[in-house]
Design a protein around this ligand. Sequence first.
Ligand SMILES: COC(=O)c1ccnc(N)c1
Length: 241
Amino acid sequence: MPLRLDVVTIFPDYLAPLELSLLGRARREGLLEVHVHDLRDWTHDRHRTVDDTPYGGGAGMVMRPEPWGEALDEICSSQPGRTPRIVVPGPGGEVFDQATASRLAEQEDWLVFACGRYEGIDERVYEEFSSRYPLSVLSLGDYVLNGGEVAVLAMTEAIARLLPGMVGNEASLAEESHTGGLLEYPVYTKPAGWRGHEVPEVLLSGHHGRIEAWRHEQRLARTEQRRPDLMERYRTISSSE
Ligand SMILES: COC(=O)c1ccnc(N)c1
């Protein structure tokens, strides 16, 4: 069964890149299906209003609960016998990392992304739908965007590329950054010499054991240098295995 993604947003055009390249091929090959919905289709006033001023005062606007309620009611019940996980991208969520992408790719076959804008979505939408469906608030990292759409593009790519049949050479997934908790090793291609920079001799040796050992060393060194936090976790996991 293909992974189904529904995305609810007030900027449907933002999700146009989901039609392109890797994801476009995945859709054509039936590995993935993406349905983008305009939240304003669930408004009923002339101005198709989706936001209003915050109770308690403060700057900015809050997304009204009613359009979200109607949209998620309709979308989340649109596949008889199936239950989606609702994903709300937001800076206040659990961190979305490679482990999250792997888990969602393995365990979920239907994700409904709710893209917030403005100062956020009325909290009662989370209360209502987390009582009826699995619901995750997921963050790309500790920074604020203007809306969840960019996060949906990133999460969709990170998840979809892990689906069986998506990436031509699935072995390459095993040696990427964050697979196994380490950053990726440096890569080189022809020419062997370029502007006085030479490809490391070991890679020209054809000795696969030495090449593999060198690559692992490079992953350790690069992780230590750029992400000591990951190195700490890697050591802990390695020592417990
Ligand atoms: C409105 O959404 C965000 O600002 C957002 C979403 C996901 N990750 C973040 N770090 C921010």
